[in-house]
Design a protein around this ligand. Structure first.
Ligand SMILES: C[S@@+](CC[C@H](N)C(=O)[O-])C[C@H]1O[C@@H](n2cnc3c(N)ncnc32)[C@H](O)[C@@H]1O
Length: 150
Protein backbone atom coordinates (compact mmCIF):
# COMPACT_ATOMS: atom_id res chain seq x y z
CA UNK A 1 0.00 0.00 0.00
CA UNK A 2 1.23 3.48 -0.87
CA UNK A 3 -1.04 5.77 1.12
CA UNK A 4 -2.04 5.82 4.79
CA UNK A 5 -5.05 7.64 6.19
CA UNK A 6 -4.06 7.44 9.86
CA UNK A 7 -7.53 8.19 11.30
CA UNK A 8 -10.01 7.91 8.46
CA UNK A 9 -13.28 8.30 10.39
CA UNK A 10 -16.17 8.09 7.93
CA UNK A 11 -13.87 9.14 5.03
CA UNK A 12 -15.89 12.31 4.40
CA UNK A 13 -13.17 14.02 2.41
CA UNK A 14 -12.41 11.04 0.17
CA UNK A 15 -13.79 11.05 -3.38
CA UNK A 16 -13.06 7.32 -3.64
CA UNK A 17 -13.77 5.83 -0.22
CA UNK A 18 -12.26 2.47 -1.21
CA UNK A 19 -9.05 3.69 -2.86
CA UNK A 20 -7.00 0.61 -3.68
CA UNK A 21 -3.65 2.23 -2.83
CA UNK A 22 -4.73 3.23 0.65
CA UNK A 23 -4.74 1.73 4.13
CA UNK A 24 -7.63 3.29 6.05
CA UNK A 25 -6.93 3.20 9.79
CA UNK A 26 -8.92 4.33 12.82
CA UNK A 27 -9.19 3.21 16.44
CA UNK A 28 -12.92 2.39 16.23
CA UNK A 29 -15.72 1.06 14.11
CA UNK A 30 -19.16 2.67 14.16
CA UNK A 31 -22.46 2.02 12.42
CA UNK A 32 -25.16 4.27 13.78
CA UNK A 33 -27.80 6.84 12.89
CA UNK A 34 -27.02 10.44 13.82
CA UNK A 35 -29.55 12.84 15.34
CA UNK A 36 -30.12 14.38 11.89
CA UNK A 37 -31.16 10.97 10.54
CA UNK A 38 -27.99 10.38 8.52
CA UNK A 39 -26.13 7.12 8.89
CA UNK A 40 -22.56 7.25 10.19
CA UNK A 41 -20.28 4.41 9.20
CA UNK A 42 -16.68 4.21 10.38
CA UNK A 43 -15.24 1.04 8.91
CA UNK A 44 -11.43 1.21 8.67
CA UNK A 45 -9.29 -1.50 7.09
CA UNK A 46 -7.39 -1.77 10.36
CA UNK A 47 -8.13 -0.74 13.92
CA UNK A 48 -4.96 0.71 15.37
CA UNK A 49 -3.71 3.62 17.41
CA UNK A 50 -2.06 6.49 15.53
CA UNK A 51 0.27 6.93 18.51
CA UNK A 52 1.83 3.51 17.89
CA UNK A 53 1.43 2.31 14.34
CA UNK A 54 2.06 -1.27 13.18
CA UNK A 55 4.18 -0.26 10.16
CA UNK A 56 7.87 -0.27 9.36
CA UNK A 57 9.73 3.01 9.04
CA UNK A 58 9.34 4.68 5.63
CA UNK A 59 6.41 2.60 4.34
CA UNK A 60 4.12 5.17 2.67
CA UNK A 61 4.46 7.80 -0.06
CA UNK A 62 1.56 9.81 1.32
CA UNK A 63 0.28 10.03 4.89
CA UNK A 64 -2.94 11.86 5.76
CA UNK A 65 -3.52 12.90 9.37
CA UNK A 66 -6.84 14.46 10.39
CA UNK A 67 -7.04 13.78 14.13
CA UNK A 68 -9.88 14.79 16.48
CA UNK A 69 -9.78 18.50 17.29
CA UNK A 70 -12.46 18.83 19.98
CA UNK A 71 -11.66 18.75 23.69
CA UNK A 72 -15.22 19.38 24.83
CA UNK A 73 -18.04 17.42 23.22
CA UNK A 74 -20.55 15.11 24.88
CA UNK A 75 -19.72 11.41 24.43
CA UNK A 76 -22.88 10.76 22.43
CA UNK A 77 -23.05 14.14 20.67
CA UNK A 78 -23.18 14.45 16.88
CA UNK A 79 -19.69 16.02 16.80
CA UNK A 80 -18.14 13.43 19.07
CA UNK A 81 -19.60 10.54 17.07
CA UNK A 82 -18.41 12.04 13.81
CA UNK A 83 -14.97 13.35 14.73
CA UNK A 84 -14.01 11.70 18.02
CA UNK A 85 -12.70 13.78 20.93
CA UNK A 86 -9.35 14.65 22.44
CA UNK A 87 -8.43 13.57 25.95
CA UNK A 88 -6.64 15.79 28.44
CA UNK A 89 -3.40 14.19 27.19
CA UNK A 90 -4.15 15.58 23.73
CA UNK A 91 -0.87 17.45 23.24
CA UNK A 92 1.20 14.33 23.80
CA UNK A 93 -1.28 12.23 21.76
CA UNK A 94 -1.11 14.57 18.75
CA UNK A 95 2.66 14.90 19.08
CA UNK A 96 3.02 11.10 19.05
CA UNK A 97 0.56 10.81 16.14
CA UNK A 98 2.54 13.33 14.09
CA UNK A 99 5.81 11.60 14.99
CA UNK A 100 4.40 8.22 13.92
CA UNK A 101 3.04 9.65 10.64
CA UNK A 102 6.51 11.07 10.00
CA UNK A 103 8.25 7.79 10.87
CA UNK A 104 6.14 5.68 8.49
CA UNK A 105 6.44 8.25 5.68
CA UNK A 106 9.08 7.54 3.02
CA UNK A 107 11.89 9.98 2.34
CA UNK A 108 10.57 12.27 -0.43
CA UNK A 109 7.04 11.51 0.74
CA UNK A 110 4.26 13.95 1.60
CA UNK A 111 2.21 14.35 4.76
CA UNK A 112 -1.10 16.19 4.82
CA UNK A 113 -2.35 17.48 8.14
CA UNK A 114 -5.73 19.04 8.87
CA UNK A 115 -6.69 21.01 11.96
CA UNK A 116 -9.81 22.85 13.03
CA UNK A 117 -9.50 25.70 15.51
CA UNK A 118 -13.00 25.41 16.96
CA UNK A 119 -11.62 24.73 20.44
CA UNK A 120 -7.82 24.49 20.24
CA UNK A 121 -5.81 27.22 18.57
CA UNK A 122 -3.41 26.43 15.77
CA UNK A 123 -0.55 28.05 17.69
CA UNK A 124 -0.83 25.29 20.34
CA UNK A 125 -0.66 22.55 17.70
CA UNK A 126 2.15 24.12 15.68
CA UNK A 127 4.56 23.37 18.53
CA UNK A 128 4.04 19.64 17.97
CA UNK A 129 5.13 19.50 14.31
CA UNK A 130 8.04 17.25 13.27
CA UNK A 131 9.28 20.06 10.96
CA UNK A 132 8.06 23.21 9.24
CA UNK A 133 5.22 22.71 6.75
CA UNK A 134 5.83 23.60 3.10
CA UNK A 135 2.51 25.21 2.29
CA UNK A 136 -0.92 25.55 3.85
CA UNK A 137 -4.28 27.17 3.59
CA UNK A 138 -6.83 28.42 6.08
CA UNK A 139 -10.54 28.46 5.33
CA UNK A 140 -12.51 29.77 8.29
CA UNK A 141 -11.35 27.74 11.26
CA UNK A 142 -9.99 24.86 9.18
CA UNK A 143 -6.32 24.69 8.25
CA UNK A 144 -4.72 22.32 5.76
CA UNK A 145 -0.95 21.87 5.72
CA UNK A 146 1.45 20.00 3.46
CA UNK A 147 4.77 18.63 4.77
CA UNK A 148 7.53 17.13 2.64
CA UNK A 149 10.05 14.64 4.08
CA UNK A 150 13.46 15.51 2.73
C1 LIG B 1 -11.61 14.34 12.57
S1 LIG B 1 -12.03 12.62 12.53
C2 LIG B 1 -11.49 12.12 10.92
C3 LIG B 1 -12.45 12.52 9.84
C4 LIG B 1 -12.11 11.99 8.48
N1 LIG B 1 -10.90 12.59 7.95
C5 LIG B 1 -13.23 12.14 7.47
O1 LIG B 1 -12.98 12.64 6.36
O2 LIG B 1 -14.34 11.73 7.78
C6 LIG B 1 -10.79 11.93 13.57
C7 LIG B 1 -10.80 10.43 13.70
O3 LIG B 1 -9.68 10.04 14.52
C8 LIG B 1 -10.00 8.84 15.17
N2 LIG B 1 -9.06 8.62 16.28
C9 LIG B 1 -9.06 9.22 17.49
N3 LIG B 1 -8.02 8.81 18.23
C10 LIG B 1 -7.35 7.91 17.46
C11 LIG B 1 -6.18 7.11 17.67
N4 LIG B 1 -5.49 7.18 18.82
N5 LIG B 1 -5.78 6.30 16.67
C12 LIG B 1 -6.47 6.22 15.50
N6 LIG B 1 -7.59 6.96 15.24
C13 LIG B 1 -8.02 7.79 16.21
C14 LIG B 1 -11.45 9.05 15.58
O4 LIG B 1 -12.07 7.82 15.83
C15 LIG B 1 -12.02 9.82 14.38
O5 LIG B 1 -12.68 8.94 13.49
Amino acid sequence: MKILDACCGSKMFWFDKENVNTVYMDNRTVDTTLCDGRRLIVRPDIIEDFRKMPFENETFYLVIFDPPHLVNAGDTSFLSLKYGTLKNTWQEDIRQGLAECWRVLKTNGTMIFKWNEQQVSFSMVKKLFPCEPLIGQRRGKTIWLVFFKN
